[in-house]
Design a protein around this ligand. Structure first.
Ligand code: THU
Length: 144
């Protein structure tokens, strides 16, 4: 679904609320029989398209995947490769910041203006830049 289809292009609050709702819905779909720690992620790509993912665990524990990885896979499948906003939502007192591996995964598709919004069910708790989340990162530019 595109931003224009959602009729939100000129309404950032509505878009933010949509992404927040999507992250919540994704978290509620998480498959977490082992950790019981559901996480949801929602991405707005630079194209305006939006994508979501949840963590999906596995009886062979290391095969589990994070919510951010699921949302990024959906984004790439949808034809987008640039993240404008990513909302990451989890429960608890501590901020559910992306794990180290997910920071690198987000980095692959980030730009200078990419924003990472750390949420709980009540709202956005903290907004970070990629540089703050993963300083001195290694990215696609390093390979040219
Ligand atoms: N998890 C995520 O989905 N994203 C993160 O960035 C942190 C951790 C998931 C992985 C596992 O299913 C559960 O949270 C507990 O670590």
């Amino acid at each position: 679904m595109s931003k224009s289809e959602l009729n939100m292009a000129d309404n950032p609050d509505a878009l933010n609320s949509k992404l927040f709702e999507l992250a919540t819905a994704a978290m509620n779909r998480a498959y977490v029989p082992y950790s019981r720690f559901p996480v949801g992620a929602a991405i707005e790509a630079h194209s305006g398209e939006i994508y979501a993912g949840c963590n999906v665990e596995n009886a062979a524990y290391p095969e589990g995947t994070c919510a951010e990885a699921g949302a990024i896979a959906a984004m790439v499948m949808g034809g987008d490769t640039q993240i404008k906003h990513i909302y990451v939502m989890g429960k608890g007192d501590l901020l559910v910041t992306p794990c180290g591996g997910c920071r690198q995964k987000i980095r692959e598709f980030s730009r200078a203006d990419t924003e990472i919004h750390i949420c709980d069910e009540k709202g956005v708790r903290k907004t970070l830049t990629m540089e703050a989340l993963l300083p001195f990162s290694f990215g696609p530019d390093n390979l040219v």
